[in-house]
Design a protein. Structure first.
Length: 257
């Protein structure tokens, strides 16, 4: 195949695809139906024209038959009057009229057959046109429903894709939040173990200083407890409390004995 033929074939293919994409089947069906109606009207006009011609032939045939009958009467009248020549002329004209009538009868028979044929074709074409119209409406309704379903499906698909993107964004946010929480927990553990320094503490404060501060605080608490014990032992015992204690001691000894 030559280059020009390939280019022409490619152009026809692309043009066919573009036409198929831009073509609306409903419009094509309506156009086809209108063309069938036009053809049906032409056939009906043909039937009417043939019927008109047949009627015209019938009128001419009737006129010739009436003329032949009149000429026959004139011939008889001429013979009764002894006018043989006039009678001969009348009979000659009658024969010509009958000959024309025979020709018209043949034409009338042909026109009648043509009229019947066109009438039958018109009836068949009308039945096909009505069937096509019904089928056309069914196809149009089916196409419209399919088109609507396709649009709804495309909308739902787009919504599903959008919801999928939202779900992925939520998943990424949750993953990032979990990572930040894990990092914060790890930093807290490192700070508690002393592996990291707390930048919020005063400058020069380290773990040794913290241990010394703890020992000093513990010594202060021990000294406070010792001082409170000395005060407690140095205080005199109240008399009432001593008498009650002596009475309770005796009751305890009696109960034991």
């Amino acid at each position: 195949m030559s280059l020009a033929r390939r280019i022409a074939a490619m152009f026809r293919i692309k043009a066919h695809k573009a036409l198929d994409h831009a073509e609306d089947p409903r419009e094509v069906l309506d156009y086809s139906y209108s063309r069938q109606l036009e053809l049906l009207n032409k056939v009906r006009r043909g039937v009417a024209d043939v019927a008109t011609s047949r009627k015209r032939v019938e009128l001419q045939l009737n006129q010739l038959q009436e003329s032949a009958a009149k000429l026959e009467g004139q011939a008889q009248q001429a013979l009764s009057l002894g006018k043989e020549e006039i009678a001969r002329e009348a009979l000659t004209r009658r024969a010509a009229a009958l000959s024309q009538a025979d020709e018209l009868k043949g034409q009338h028979t042909s026109l009648r057959a043509e009229e019947d044929r066109l009438a039958l074709a018109s009836q068949r074409l009308q039945a096909k046109t009505e069937a096509f119209r019904t089928h056309k409406e069914v196809i149009k309704a089916t196409y419209t429903a399919a088109e609507a379903h396709t649009r709804i499906t495309e909308s739902v698909t787009g919504l599903s894709e959008e919801m999928g993107d939202v779900g992925l964004a939520i998943q990424r946010a949750e993953d990032k939040t979990a990572q930040l929480q894990a990092r914060a927990g790890a930093l807290d553990e490192l700070l508690a173990s002393g592996a990291l320094e707390d930048a919020t503490l005063p400058a020069g404060r380290d773990d040794l200083q913290a241990q010394l501060d703890g020992i000093t605080a513990g010594g202060d608490i021990d000294e406070q407890l010792a001082r409170m014990k000395r005060k407690l032992h140095a205080a005199p015992t109240p008399p009432a409390l001593s008498a009650e204690s002596t009475t309770d001691d005796r009751r305890g000894q009696e109960g034991m004995s």
